[in-house]
Design a protein around this ligand. Structure first.
Ligand SMILES: Nc1nc2c(c(=O)[nH]1)N[C@H]1C(S)=C(S)[C@@H](COP(=O)(O)OP(=O)(O)OC[C@H]3O[C@@H](n4cnc5c(N)ncnc54)[C@H](O)[C@@H]3O)O[C@H]1N2
Ligand code: MOO
Length: 450
């Protein structure tokens, strides 16, 4: 395939150039030799579209604010096993002292007074009944985590003691009063606040909650999301054939939405059927409905007309971002929003991160990720007016743009660590550029997707 504008006989443009020209319809800067043709945009924007489209940073703000406009979401009590990724709606107050009893920090002997010590026959193990108090000059074998007997003055580690022929225990180094005993309440007292409201429940938080006596935590409920996949051309299995293609978004969006903190209640394939779309929207009780496809102006692009008929309020109608500019955000009912993702798969990712991410993050009361930048490993062409989101891999302290970043392609994003936010006009090699992390690159594949 030859990129538009490539001279016959000249080497084919690399994939990035190809994407830029062919798929994103960007105006390309003339090469230094001045003879490279400047392609005209494939689909010049109509005046009113440019006017209506929201700048990318503002679209994200609007999505976050939309989530704040609804009624307060009632906190829920969630078993620890289901709480990963939620945000605490009540502080985590210790239900007990930690440790809840004086405990040995080491395997060895609990000793009373200065040595040598007579060693008791019976040792003390973790989880066993309270042992009898020690008397001065007495020692007892003890395991890490076992309750220390009353009147213990120190724990002597196994490797720091030896027994003589009479069975008496001697220390091989100085014994300091209280050594290797974790006193009750060393970490916290019952009622101490361990973590405040707003804390993200991580695996470590689950561990702490369990240690502090919790079976459930009180958390902000996960936003409930329904995914409606539109398009008659979509297959759910097998190879593409006869103009039909595989649905790439049905498999991709649910785990991605879960990684963004959502509970996906349903994924429904509706074809290009305006009545089915309207029925699904009016019947949905989800906090957020995500549609895919049908956002543009084609004969079977039903999202806009359906929203209009329903009297939905369009909050964002097009965003100055490539790919994904036809994305939209609407308030469909009280406490329900709709994010319309464009059908082109990378455009859908763009919509997911531009509109769904801030909305879900705010509904779930999750903290906003700290913005960060990295120097670009290569220059990236810019769109004249719009932000571009470009898949990148992180290599040392550089973000290296990936090829295959056209709106219909997933090959770049599937290999990416992040998306670079390239401002209108482009970015030079070495220029610090904002990055949007991808959940699996930031948190690991197993952490957030369940
Ligand atoms: N006259 C115009 N045409 C188009 C415009 C425009 O502004 N005016 N915008 C273009 C851009 S940019 C995009 S992005 C797409 C958005 O289109 P839609 O949201 O209406 O999506 P569809 O037309 O339904 O599909 C577009 C493309 O994506 C494929 N697709 C759809 N769903 C899936 C899926 N689940 N998995 C894989 N691929 C999917 C579909 O077959 C089409 O090829 O519109 C441009 N056109
Ligand atoms: O440029 Mo579209 O917005 O192809 O994704």
């Amino acid at each position: 395939m030859t990129a538009p504008g490539t001279r016959a006989g000249a080497p084919a443009a690399d994939a990035d150039d190809l994407d830029v020209e062919e798929a994103l319809a960007l105006v390309r800067e003339p090469k230094d030799d001045g003879d490279a043709p400047v392609p005209t945009p494939a689909r010049p924007e109509r005046r009113h579209e440019r006017h209506r489209a929201t700048p990318w940073p503002r679209a994200r703000d609007i999505a976050a604010r939309a989530a704040r406009s609804g009624s307060r979401r009632t906190p829920v009590s969630v078993p620890l096993a289901d709480a990963l990724g939620l945000v605490l709606a009540s502080p985590l107050d210790a239900l007990t002292d930690l440790p809840s009893f004086d405990t040995s920090a080491m395997d060895g002997w609990a000793v009373a007074g200065p040595g040598p010590w007579e060693v008791r026959d019976e040792g003390v193990l973790a989880g066993h009944a309270q042992p009898d108090p020690l008397t001065d000059g007495e020692a007892v074998r003890i395991a890490t985590g076992a309750r220390v007997p009353a009147d213990t003055t120190a724990v002597l580690r196994t490797e720091h003691g030896r027994t003589d022929a009479q069975g008496r225990l001697h220390a091989t180094r100085e014994v300091v009063h209280g050594q290797d005993i974790r006193p009750r309440g060393q970490e916290c007292r019952g009622g101490d606040q361990l973590l405040p409201v707003g804390t993200l429940v991580t695996p470590a938080v689950l561990g702490l909650a369990a240690a502090a006596g919790y079976d459930t935590v009180t958390a902000v409920p996960r936003p409930r999301v329904e995914v409606l996949v539109l398009g008659d051309e979509l297959l759910t299995e097998g190879r593409p054939h006869d103009g039909l293609i595989r649905d790439a978004l049905g498999p991709m969006l649910p785990p991605w939405l879960r990684a963004l903190g959502a509970e996906v209640t349903a994924v429904r394939r509706l074809g290009d059927d305006a009545r089915a779309l309207r029925k699904a929207l009016t019947g949905s009780t989800a906090d957020l409905v995500v549609t895919t496809g049908g956002t543009a102006a084609g004969p079977v692009d039903h999202v806009h007309p359906t929203l209009e008929r329903m009297g939905a309020e369009l909050l964002v109608d097009g965003v100055k971002v490539r790919p994904g500019h036809p994305m939209l955000l609407a308030r469909t009912k009280e406490d329900q929003h709709l994010v319309g993702l464009p059908g082109n798969p990378l455009a859908a990712v763009s919509g997911l991160l531009t509109l769904a991410e801030p909305l879900l993050r705010t509904l779930a009361a999750r903290p906003a990720p700290e913005p960060y930048t990295l120097a670009l490993g290569e220059a990236v062409h810019g769109h004249p007016y719009d932000t571009r989101l470009i898949p990148v891999v992180l290599r040392g302290d550089h973000a290296v743009p990936l090829h295959y970043n056209g709106p219909a392609m997933l090959r770049g994003i599937a290999a990416a660590d992040a998306l670079a936010v390239v401002p209108p006009g482009g970015a030079r090699q070495g220029e610090d550029t904002e990055l949007l992390d991808l959940p699996w690159a930031a948190a690991g594949i197993g952490v957030c997707f369940t």
